[in-house]
Design a protein around this ligand. Structure first.
Ligand SMILES: [Zn+2]
Ligand SMILES: [Zn+2]
Length: 222
């Protein structure tokens, strides 16, 4: 209890350099290994983080912008904070960084968080993707509008490890809970991308509901 109280009162300390003021300071953020531009599915190098032509035949995700590589202590630590401690401060630092690499949309674009499986989010009382997406929308120009359009359905555990098995299980995992303007561009936001199966399922649901281009912006690429 005492430790918990202390962690609430104590000022933020950078997980990289321990300096006060941020969960992950701009300098440490700048020193992280960055994700290279590639197709999220087959990892082939592509320009502008686009999904390659072949993978686009079976994916609704047009591009995935990832900021940093997951496998670095400071990144893992910042993501842990996002889920368990100082979530808003961590979300703010992550959103500030994502704002610098966000794809440019000149027309209206809705920023949609990819909701976490509901039980986990309910236990915590908040959803980390929503925190990042909301903060990001405030930092970007006015044509980017925060719209929590997706709901996550079911709490089935993910069984099977292949991408194909996961995609089948995730196909009906998302529901679009408000009408979308036909053809509207979407920027899907999440904290981590691993196989991309979750974001792909979310993009599929959005396109079925009428979305146009769907690109994803995530902090860490596993
Ligand atoms: Zn630092
Ligand atoms: Zn590909």
């Amino acid at each position: 209890m005492f430790n918990r109280l202390l962690s609430v009162i104590a000022p933020h300390e950078c997980v990289g350099c321990l300096r006060e003021g941020n969960v992950l300071c701009p300098e440490c953020m700048g020193n992280l290994r960055v994700a290279y531009s590639h197709c999220y599915r087959c990892l082939e190098k592509t320009g502008g983080n686009r999904t390659c032509k072949k993978c686009l035949e079976t994916s609704s995700l047009d591009a995935v912008y990832a900021a940093v590589r997951y496998n670095q202590p400071a990144v893992k630590h910042a993501l842990w904070r996002l889920k368990f401690d100082r979530a808003q401060a961590a979300a703010t630092d992550i959103a500030r960084h994502l704002a610098t690499i966000a794809p440019v949309f000149t027309e209206k674009c809705i920023i949609v968080p990819a909701p976490t499986a509901t039980v986990r989010a309910r236990q915590r009382g908040y959803d980390q993707a929503c925190l990042i997406a909301k903060t990001l929308a405030r930092l970007l120009p006015e044509q980017y509008v925060y719209v929590p359009a997706l709901a996550r359905l079911g709490t089935k555990r993910q069984l099977g490890n292949t991408r194909e098995q996961r995609i089948v299980q995730l196909q009906d995992a998302f529901r679009v809970r408000r009408p979308l303007t036909a053809g509207v561009a979407v920027l899907l936001v999440d904290d981590v991308i691993t196989t991309g199966a979750t974001l792909q399922a979310a993009a599929g649901a959005l396109k079925q509901a009428g979305a146009g281009r769907v690109e994803a912006l995530v902090f860490a690429q596993a």
